[in-house]
Design a binder for this molecule. Structure first.
Ligand code: G3P
Ligand code: CA
Length: 288
């Protein structure tokens, strides 16, 4: 065997080992996803909320993506700034410079006086680049393409930024970034741009759900996992999904008893506004 073959086998083994480590990690221990950051404690989608999520041992920072008039990717859940800033209007009508003038923290202090902190006043809406600049080396990201039909070109910009920061690609541990969306079209577009990024199809049913083999097969053509409101599922549903080889990430799980229940069912991970609570639940289970 020449050195090139040895090097190739060595590299291939490394990739397999690295990926199976991630797989094993997610199979054995459910991942803790800070939903909009630790948004139960700090204003959602601000650097302060993401920071707290990391301190509280969230495994992933969840980011909802929107795009400004001048094409900057920013973190915000809604298409308008009305709920989470002191301004009004739709994001796509503002340039980044204009958007940066709004206060994305004071609304939280007013809505939740018991959790209010002076440092939340005047927080800015963060760009995706700012989030990666701040947390890229230490964090994992669960990024949602929100309203992709409103923002043509959002997927291309996202993948470009992820490559620019070396967060995805062959040399990067698979799973550092996971992309999620309710839009199958958006996920398939990302698949076409890059087939190495794990994708999660979000499903919007709120009644008790049943998933068919046909649905599973369709989703498996482009995604490696699914996410849905946790109240829509049951142990049979979870088992069927896991047996199919798909991963399952219910949202948004804020009460410890629900966390315990979903861990008993074997979910791959869950979104929570309280990563500290989930961390406590997981740690307690480990120590038993
Ligand atoms: O991304 C999982 C969950 O966040 C989906 O719901 O509305 O909070 O983005 P939403
Ligand atoms: Ca989301």
């Amino acid at each position: 065997m020449n050195w090139m073959c040895r090097a190739a086998i060595c590299a291939a083994s490394l990739v397999v080992l690295t990926f199976s480590h991630v797989q094993a990690g997610t199979m054995q221990q459910s991942v803790n996803i800070s939903h909009r950051g630790a948004s139960g404690h700090a204003p959602e989608h601000t650097l302060a909320a993401y920071e707290l999520g990391q301190i509280m041992k969230g495994d992933y920072i969840e980011i909802d993506l929107q795009m400004t008039k001048d094409g900057e990717l920013i973190a915000m859940h809604d298409e308008t700034i009305d709920r989470t800033t002191d301004g009004t209007g739709t994001i796509k009508e503002f340039t980044l410079e204009e958007l940066k003038r709004f206060d994305a923290g004071s609304w939280f202090n007013e809505a939740y006086p018991d959790k209010a902190k002076p440092e939340y006043m005047g927080l800015e809406v963060p760009t995706l680049r700012e989030v990666i600049d701040r947390f890229g080396a230490d964090a994992n990201f669960f990024i949602e393409t929100k309203s992709p039909e409103v923002y043509p070109g959002l997927e291309e910009k996202l993948v470009e930024i992820l490559y620019e920061y070396n967060l995805v690609g062959e040399e990067r541990q698979s799973g550092k970034v996971i992309i999620q969306s309710f839009s199958a079209e958006s996920l398939k577009k990302i698949r076409q741009l890059d087939d190495s990024i794990p994708l999660v199809q979000l499903l919007s049913y709120y009644a008790p759900a049943v998933i068919t083999n046909v649905e599973v097969t369709k989703i498996k053509e482009y995604a490696s996992g699914i996410g849905m409101h946790f109240t829509a599922i049951n142990p049979v549903y979870v088992k069927r999904v896991l047996d199919s080889g798909l991963r399952i990430y219910p949202y948004t799980v804020n009460e410890k008893e629900d966390m315990e229940m979903l861990l008993d069912w074997g979910v791959t991970g869950m979104f929570t506004n309280y990563p500290d609570r989930l961390e406590e639940v997981i740690s307690n289970r480990k120590s038993k």
